[in-house]
Design a protein around this ligand. Structure first.
Ligand SMILES: [Zn+2]
Length: 624
């Protein structure tokens, strides 16, 4: 009895269970009835090229959207190919999609109804010649601007665009590469495993193969018309999707190279979109090269001899490290006060320096990655909102350092009647406002608004904010000023006394070098709040733990050994040998990464006891 014997058994059972799950998802989709009412003039339609949307179909969609108060409706053609229908079931949990404000926008990527106001806010063009891949982008975008009023439904009479296996693979890649990269390779690994284990366990191998063959029919039957030729075509398309995608990528590349060469020879301008991207990348690179040309030291302020928290001169070096996450140039030192345990960046980054090191971390070239990480964090964001439940029913909530407002968006599903406002830099808070994730946006620093908002809020929250602030004492003064008697502060900070900080050394992500300016031990924070008339009512250390330290340590090690060759701040140019080295290191890291993920998940229970966790949360009440 070997692994190869059991593998087909496991695969067969999981194919069956997954089939049941996916079938349930497709069955829950509404089918739109015909409607005689005219199309609401506020309802606009976006289509992929080749999709035929009749007037009758528009009327049916518009009527449904009005009745269900939907701003965005993904229209699923009833004649979708069964592989595409299978993909809709894999991508969308139809049970929770409409109410899950954090779910990524997904659908059939054929046609969408959108309310004019939402399209305008989202900056989405109304066209009927999108490619399916572009529609993935459009759907994701629209869902962000209508997080609680987006849904999908089957529309009879809507004719899907012609489909091929390569375009299906491209859509999958675009939809999953940031959020669920594993899903791109799992089907191929499964097919390989069935093939390889066949001689060890023939009966179950046949069963797994038969289930693989039947799954789309079983999932789609009664929902999507199934033609007899699909019995042959669908499994072949699914088996070949990986190789066909690779083939298609090579063909596209060759076609584009030829076209570019021809354009050059004829003296015509090459592809404008590509040229613009190239120019942007070059500009970004020049800017960083220029900024770091005189050495990164110029962005550090003079070191201070004393502890900024208690004034003691008894300091010791806690850590010296580079920027391990992004590998921007420079070395940073964290000092620890021997008197009070306060840990702080010394010398500290200047304001200009902070702006340079923060750029392209959550925005710019890493914007999509950041959005995906936040979407995967939905449960954590909701847990943060839940923490005040024993103490207060919040009517008004101010989130300080809210970024794009992901917390406020997620928290609305926990507290649907609460007003959520945010404070942050103009650029991000304006976007949060456009998305409708914050009700009122305060631009700039919290300390500048504290007096103005005095007494307005039941709860003020600071998640991963105080450690990044340049003056945490002033921020706490601001909180004391802004909260009325009986108001609550909720804060979440990294725990410098946890196991991660001790065991993982420089590779602990909680150090957040160089973004974190200080790490405040929990006792210090409690005392500082007490001084300002805020009584701590809850300290949550264990349960606040966030698994993932080990995995991100592996990530930082990869970045250290083989940084991404396209980083615009790197002095070296992206050459083939550096790509090859990066690919080899990534390949070698698959094993350690899987192990780190498993160990992290298994050890989460252990980390959640005592004060081992990597994070702590605190709830304090303003007395009065
Ligand atoms: Zn101190």
């Amino acid at each position: 009895m070997t692994v190869w014997f059991w593998l087909p058994v496991v695969i067969a059972i999981s194919l069956l269970l997954n089939g049941l799950r996916l079938r349930g998802r497709l069955r829950r989709l509404d089918t739109l009835p015909a409607s005689g009412r005219p199309v609401d003039p506020d309802h606009l339609f976006i289509c992929a090229e080749g999709v035929q949307l009749t007037d009758a179909a528009r009327r049916a969609a518009s009527y449904h959207a009005s009745r269900e108060r939907l701003d965005v409706l993904d229209l699923v053609p009833a004649d979708l190919t069964i592989e595409r229908a299978l993909d809709v079931a894999r991508m969308v949990d139809t049970r929770t999609y409409r109410n899950d404000r954090m779910a990524a926008g997904r659908g059939a990527f054929q046609a969408l109804l959108v309310r004019a106001e939402v399209a305008r806010r989202a900056g989405v063009e109304i066209r009927d010649d999108y490619t399916a891949v572009e529609l993935v982008e459009v759907t994701e975008r629209l869902k962000r601007y209508a997080p609680g009023s987006t849904d999908l439904a089957v529309l009879p009479g809507l004719r899907a665009a012609r489909d091929d296996a390569a375009s299906r693979a491209r859509v999958q890649k675009r939809a999953w590469e940031e959020t669920r990269p594993l899903r791109l390779v799992l089907p191929t690994l499964r097919d390989l495993a069935i093939g390889l284990s066949f001689h060890e366990n023939r009966p179950w191998g046949f069963a797994a193969m038969a289930l693989f063959w039947c799954q789309p029919f079983f999932v789609c039957l009664g929902r999507v018309p199934v033609a007899p030729r699909d019995l042959i075509r669908a499994p072949i398309v699914r088996l070949l999707s990986g190789p066909l995608f690779a083939l298609d990528a090579v063909r596209t590349w060759r076609r584009e190279t030829k076209a570019a060469a021809a354009a050059k020879a004829a003296g015509r301008a090459p592809d404008p979109v590509k040229e613009r991207k190239k120019a942007e990348a070059a500009q970004r690179r020049d800017r960083y090269q220029h900024e770091f040309a005189a050495g990164p030291e110029r962005y550090l302020q003079p070191p201070r001899p004393d502890c900024p928290w208690c004034g003691s001169y008894d300091l010791a070096i806690r850590l010296i490290t580079k920027d391990l996450e992004q590998r921007k140039p420079g070395r940073f030192q964290l000092d620890e006060c021997q008197e009070c345990g306060h840990i702080f960046q010394n010398p500290r980054l200047s304001l200009t320096g902070t702006a340079i090191y923060e750029r392209d971390r959550r925005d710019g070239i890493n914007a999509e990655q950041y959005e995906a990480a936040q979407a995967n964090n939905a449960a954590l964001l909701r847990a943060r909102a839940e923490i005040v439940r024993p103490f207060v029913l919040p009517r008004t909530w101010l989130d300080v350092g809210t970024g794009l407002g992901h917390f406020c968006n997620a928290a609305r599903s926990v507290w649907p009647r609460t007003v959520f406002d945010g404070v942050g830099p103009d650029r991000t808070i304006s976007e949060a406002e456009r998305r409708g994730w914050v009700d009122t946006a305060y631009r700039g620093r919290f300390t500048d608004h504290a007096a103005r908002v005095a007494g307005l809020y039941d709860v003020i929250s600071m998640f991963n904010y105080l450690e990044r602030s340049r003056d945490p004492s002033a921020e706490l003064d601001g909180v004391a000023k802004a909260l009325g008697p009986g108001g609550f502060l909720v804060a979440e900070l990294p725990n410098p006394h946890g196991l991660g900080a001790r065991w993982l050394g420089r590779l602990w992500r909680g150090w957040a070098v160089p973004a974190a300016k200080q790490l405040i031990p929990v006792d210090n924070l409690v005392a500082a709040l007490e001084d300002r008339g805020l009584r701590t009512v809850l300290v949550q250390i264990g349960p606040a733990h966030q698994p993932g330290d080990l995995l991100s340590a592996v990530g930082m090690a990869i970045q250290a050994i083989a940084p991404s060759p396209t980083q615009p701040w790197s002095e070296e140019r992206a050459v083939a040998v550096r790509w090859l080295w990066r690919a080899l290191v990534l390949l070698a890291a698959i094993g350690p990464a899987i192990l780190a993920g498993i160990v992290g998940a298994v050890a989460a229970g252990f980390m959640r006891t005592d004060s081992r966790s990597n994070t702590y949360r605190i709830v304090a009440r303003k007395e009065g």
